[in-house]
Unconditional design. Structure first.
Length: 335
């Protein structure tokens, strides 16, 4: 074609693409029409045949359903429903039972250690399960949800206030004192509602004001330095009451927990390829977490193993079952 000035006129790319698409659409329409004619001549009831066809077997994405521990109250908790009260309250029940057992044996320095939220790696970004748990925290402590959702560290501290509240309710200690090392929940607009008789103090306040007879048990929230554990032992001796170290964010000694003389009464903490798990007075266990959340027990220990020892056992058991690279939580996107 030529324009007014005699120069050749070509289609633009967009025009050519539109023309090509129209041609393709026409071909598809014609093919469908031909197939429909053939189908109608056969006189078959295609809907009935489709309904009668065998359905593909549903793939089970969560292999915990088939694992040894599923719905057993004394075994490794469900990932990640174990944190949720409405889903069985498994961690709370195990924690309370373990601490009660330790107290009955007159253990003075008790440690409880597990991730305060279901998906710890994603606490700063949020997951559906973390939100579900956070709503239980706000309901238990009677504060608005946004008070517990002001960044990862704040969420973890409010979560530990929740666990301290549940623990004190469970063991029935009438004059429990929770000691906040961060100060979260002790000041500001939103203060937690705690069980009757339970108080929340900063470490400085506890050192300055607590006297013998004013506490029945101490709960040390989020200890992470050697001095925190030392202060807990000092206050325990001064007041003549047991102290519970609750959910250290990391170990100052590059191991699991604060170490002797602290008794790790309840622990469910990540190690390479799995978890270390124990309910007092039971044995310490190496639990493997495999693909699709399949879990199995790899080893048991009468006494608390060092982190290198239990990690080696965990990695060897995982490699034996899944291969050297067949069980990677990060690359398989398992939170």
């Amino acid at each position: 074609m030529f324009n007014f000035f005699g120069k050749s006129k070509t289609n633009t790319p967009s025009t050519a693409a539109s023309a090509g698409k129209a041609a393709d659409d026409k071909k598809i329409k014609d093919m469908k029409a031909k197939l429909e004619k053939v189908s109608n001549k056969q006189g078959r009831d295609w809907k009935a045949e489709a309904a009668a066809a065998p359905k593909p077997k549903a793939e089970i994405k969560d292999k915990q359903l088939l694992s040894y521990n599923f719905k057993k109250s004394n075994e490794f908790p469900n990932l990640y429903e174990g944190w949720i009260r409405a889903s069985g309250d498994q961690i709370t029940k195990q924690m309370i039972k373990s601490v009660k057992a330790a107290l009955s044996k007159k253990v003075q320095f008790i440690e409880v250690l597990f991730d305060p939220v279901p998906n710890l790696d994603e606490v700063a970004f949020g997951t559906v399960m973390n939100k579900k748990f956070r709503q239980e925290v706000s309901a238990e402590l009677k504060v608005p949800d946004y008070a517990t959702n002001r960044g990862g560290p704040s969420t973890l501290e409010w979560s530990n206030l929740y666990w301290a509240s549940r623990l004190v309710n469970g063991i029935g200690s009438p004059k429990a004192v929770a000691i906040s090392l961060s100060g979260e929940g002790t000041r500001g607009k939103f203060l937690p509602t705690l069980p009757k008789g339970m108080r929340l103090l900063t470490l400085a306040e506890a050192k300055r004001t607590l006297a013998a007879g004013e506490a029945s048990v101490l709960v040390l929230l989020s200890p992470c330095q050697s001095s925190h554990y030392s202060d807990g032992r000092t206050l325990s001796g001064k007041l003549g009451v047991p102290v519970i170290a609750l959910n250290a964010p990391y170990s100052f000694r590059y191991d699991v927990g604060g170490g002797s003389p602290w008794e790790l009464a309840y622990v469910m903490k990540r190690i390479p390829k799995g978890w270390i798990f124990r309910t007092f007075p039971g044995k310490f266990q190496a639990i493997i977490e495999g693909p699709d959340y399949e879990v199995f027990q790899a080893a048991q220990y009468d006494k608390q193993p060092t982190l290198p020892v239990i990690s080696k056992a965990s990695m060897e058991a995982s490699a034996q079952k899944y291969g050297a690279v067949g069980n990677d939580r990060i690359f398989q996107q398992r939170l």
